[in-house]
Ligand binder design. Structure first.
Ligand code: SF4
Ligand code: SF4
Length: 160
C-alpha cells in the first residue's frame, strides 16, 4: 500500500502576504546590504571593470596566434606545411615561396588563419619544427565587423 503524506497548506493568504510587501522589503534589504558593503569594501567586489581591466590569463593559455620573427624581422616560418597538414579545422592557408637567402629554403608568401574555423587546439604550435607559430598572445577577444576580417593574414600574425 502506498503511504501518502498529507501536507497542510494555509487556507487563505492574509492581505500583507498577498501584496508581498514584507517579501519585497526583505529582498531590498539584501540588495541594500550588498550595495553598502561594496561601497565600504570595494576591493572585495568579485567583478572587474572589463574591458578596461582584464584578468591575467594562465601561462599555458591558448590565445590568438602569432608568427615569430627572425632577428631581421622576417618570419621564422619555413613554409614546411606541417601546421596546415595537422590542423583539424583546415583553417590555415599557406603559399610557399623561394627565399632569396640560399640558407633558407622557403618562406610563406601568404599565411592566413581563419579564426572562425579555428578550434584553438594548439596542434599547429606543437607541430611546428622551428617555433614559428605560437598562441601566447593572451588575446581571446576578437570582435570584427565582418567575417572576412577574421581571416588573419601574415601582416596581422606578425604584428605582435
Ligand atoms: S589551433 Fe588547432 S584549429 Fe586552430 S589553427 Fe592551430 S591546429 Fe588549426
Ligand atoms: S609548421 Fe611552422 S614552419 Fe611549418 S608552415 Fe607552420 S608555422 Fe611555418
Amino acid at each position: 500500500m502506498i503511504r501518502v503524506k498529507k501536507i497542510s497548506r494555509p487556507k487563505e493568504m492574509t492581505l500583507s502576504e498577498r501584496v508581498y510587501l514584507l517579501e519585497i522589503a526583505k529582498g531590498l534589504s539584501v540588495t541594500i546590504n550588498h550595495f553598502i558593503s561594496n561601497l565600504l569594501n570595494p576591493r572585495k567586489i568579485p567583478t572587474i571593470d572589463y574591458p578596461d581591466v582584464k584578468r591575467p590569463v594562465p601561462a599555458r593559455f591558448r590565445g590568438r596566434h602569432r608568427l615569430t620573427k627572425r632577428e631581421d624581422g622576417n618570419p621564422k616560418c619555413v613554409a614546411c606545411m606541417c601546421c596546415p597538414t595537422i590542423c583539424p579545422a583546415l583553417c590555415i592557408t599557406i603559399e610557399a615561396g623561394e627565399h632569396p637567402d640560399p640558407k633558407i629554403e622557403k618562406y610563406p608568401i601568404r599565411f592566413d588563419i581563419d579564426m572562425l574555423r579555428c578550434v584553438f587546439c594548439g596542434l599547429c604550435v606543437e607541430a611546428c619544427p622551428v617555433d614559428a607559430i605560437r598562441m601566447d598572445t593572451g588575446w581571446y577577444t576578437m570582435p570584427e565587423k565582418s567575417r572576412d576580417d577574421l581571416v588573419y593574414d601574415i601582416e596581422m600574425l606578425l604584428s605582435d
